[in-house]
Design a protein around this ligand. Structure first.
Ligand SMILES: Cc1ncc(COP(=O)(O)O)c(C=O)c1O
Length: 428
């Protein structure tokens, strides 16, 4: 008997109940779902699941933002953020300037989501008369262009959602000498494509423009090399690859960034900011503080999740995310699905998969309600046309394998005839 929706919507009553598929594939059971349905598979490309330890760490008695106890926390957070950003190691101790390294980069914690941190970078670094080149291939790159246009001037080069940037076109623009900056979204979560940041960085160096990177779903999940690429600023969001709480972000900036901001300030050429003023934040960071009351308990949670990243090892995490995404991409390709992003540059933290003819987000609703499995849909004009699977944070092979089996089972419920495949074998 199929359990009723009312029962299934009540998590207390769903323990151990497996839904009956509407139709099954031949051989489906070979790779059928196996976990009890109460185990949620949360495969969204951010916010991602937080570990029990991280959740519990945030249940911390209230402390003030200015005492030594909290300064210890900020000092450790800054040191750990440097690990996630792939910067030179520093102490994690209060009073030892853990935010600043010998590679010329500093990290700043921002109480606000990734968008706030991008706004902080752009508003402080560029002025009304600056021209910034912003190549885009998805929603978040487009957001970089929008933020830039609020404070400065963006020339957006649209390459089409999920399409690689044409670097010749980028170079032709930069050759004009009209630009002060080049800003882009490194890992375009909306379309599942990762940009070739090393080559883009080379162009920024060659034409001497400030390189600004939205690394919100790349930092901590796939290779990011701020120093090698010559990035003036890179942004990360806590709730993505570092598996921290939503509502926090951080920026990594180099000395050229700071120098440029100070220069602009001296010349009276800064766009007005107050809460997101970079120099106020930098000034307080040297004292293991933030200028305003930070999201204290969230930062405690972020320390916990970053410790987990540090324990796993940054490169090990990159590799795990790559293996998880690789398995998903090969599996769905063999099942006959089309992947949305250009093949050469598919992301290892977010995979965008096109719905087959006749399927839309009703599939995702059923997947969540019946199979307790969560992926995310397409955005803007791709709404209802694709779904996106995250492979970031602390997602395990077991969870991904189980999630894929449930996705397949749910597609079967919609009458899709899929080949029978051994899901596990894609993740070995
Ligand atoms: C690449 C990228 N940039 C920016 C954002 C926006 O970040 P937030 O929602 O933390 O402001 C997201 C969110 O999904 C993202 O994936």
């Amino acid at each position: 008997m199929r359990p009723s929706y009312a029962l299934l919507n009540n998590p207390q009553l769903t323990v151990g109940i497996m839904p009956e598929p509407i139709s099954t594939n031949d051989g489906f059971l070979e790779s059928g779902p196996s976990m009890t349905i109460k185990d949620e598979c949360f495969l969204v490309p951010g916010p991602v699941k937080m570990s029990q330890k991280t959740l519990e760490s945030m249940s911390h008695p209230v402390i003030t933002a200015r005492g030594n106890e909290y300064r210890d926390i900020i000092a450790e957070l800054n040191g750990l953020l440097r690990v996630a950003f792939n910067l030179s190691k520093t102490s994690f101790k209060r009073g030892e300037e853990s935010f600043r390294g010998d590679d010329g980069y500093s990290v700043i914690v921002v109480s606000g989501s990734g968008t706030a941190a991008m706004e902080m970078v752009i508003a402080n670094r560029f002025s009304k008369n600056d021209q910034i080149l912003v190549p885009t291939n998805g929603k978040f790159g487009e957001r970089v262009a929008k933020i830039t246009n609020v404070f400065s001037n963006a020339k957006e080069l649209k390459f089409g959602w999920g399409k690689s940037f044409d670097l010749n076109e980028l170079e032709n623009e930069l050759k004009s000498g009209n630009y002060d900056g080049l800003a882009f979204c490194h890992n375009e979560t909306s379309t599942g494509i990762t940009q070739n940041a090393a080559e883009i960085g080379d162009l920024a160096k060659k034409y001497n423009v400030a390189l600004i990177i939205d690394g919100i779903t790349s930092v901590g999940g796939l290779p990011v090399h701020p120093s090698k690429w010559g990035a003036e600023a890179v942004v990360v969001g806590a709730q993505k690859c570092t598996a921290g709480p939503s509502g926090l972000a951080a920026i990594a900036i180099n000395d050229s960034f700071t120098h440029a901001v100070k220069n602009k300030q001296e010349k009276g050429d800064m766009v007005p900011t107050y809460y997101l003023n970079f120099l106020s934040a930098l000034n307080k960071a040297s004292d293991d503080q933030t200028p305003w009351t930070p999201a204290i308990n969230l930062t405690i949670g972020w320390v916990s999740s970053l410790r987990e990243l540090n324990e796993e090892g940054l490169e090990n995490r990159w590799i795990r995310c790559e293996k998880l995404s690789n398995g998903v991409q090969r599996l769905f390709t063999d099942l006959g699905f089309a992947l949305f992003a250009d093949a050469k540059q598919r992301s290892t933290t977010a995979t965008a998969i096109v719905y087959p003819e006749g399927i839309d987000d009703k599939w995702r609703t059923r997947l969540a309600e019946i199979y307790k499995t969560h992926v995310i849909g397409g955005q803007d004009h791709m709404k209802g046309k694709m779904f996106r699977v995250g492979s970031m944070g602390t997602t395990t092979y077991d969870e991904m394998i189980e999630g894929c089996k449930r996705m397949i089972a749910c597609f079967s419920d919609f009458g899709l005839k899929l080949p029978s495949l051994n899901v596990e074998s894609y993740f070995k």
